[in-house]
Design a protein. Structure first.
Length: 155
């Protein structure tokens, strides 16, 4: 498995890559220890769904597809699939964000009676956005993957 590096360019852009940072004209940088863990998850992983939603929102607010790519679950993906995902992430990162909505398993409850079962985690995140004109709605849905104690986006 390739190591994912967090690289910072001279203009302070963060890039996630499996290549050496110096081949991109950047330097490898670990997360700053003086920053509170609740405020940043770059260079690590989202241990909770709340962390993942926060980071997705921050990546979109920053128009940063590389930051969004750092939240994606890449293992087992072919080169062709990866290029398609990168293109999709670039599109999502460039659109204005309206909301991030969890998608629950099984859809709406089939009964009018109160649910007594335990709470289940969402199976996907629906990202509500607008196109560049600010009026036309756009939507992207990403599945969720739990891997090594972290939450990741997936196709």
């Amino acid at each position: 498995m390739a190591q994912v590096r967090r690289c910072v360019t001279p203009d302070a852009q963060v890039i996630y890559t499996d290549r050496r940072c110096d081949t991109l004209g950047a330097v490898e940088q670990a997360p700053r220890p003086d920053r509170p863990a609740v405020a940043t998850y770059r260079g690590g992983c989202a241990r909770t769904l709340r962390d993942l939603v926060f980071e997705v929102g921050e990546a979109i607010a920053a128009n940063d597809p590389n930051r969004l790519a750092g939240l994606y679950h890449w293992p087992g993906m072919s080169t062709r699939q990866a290029y398609a995902v990168v293109s999709r992430l670039e599109t999502v990162a460039r659109r204005p964000l309206v909301d991030i909505v969890p998608v629950m398993p099984g859809g709406p409850a089939q009964s009018d009676y109160a649910q007594t079962t335990s709470r289940r985690a969402p199976v996907a995140l629906r990202i509500e956005q607008t196109l560049a004109n600010g009026a036309t709605p756009a939507r992207a849905v990403f599945g969720l993957q739990r891997h090594f104690g972290c939450w990741w986006l997936r196709g």
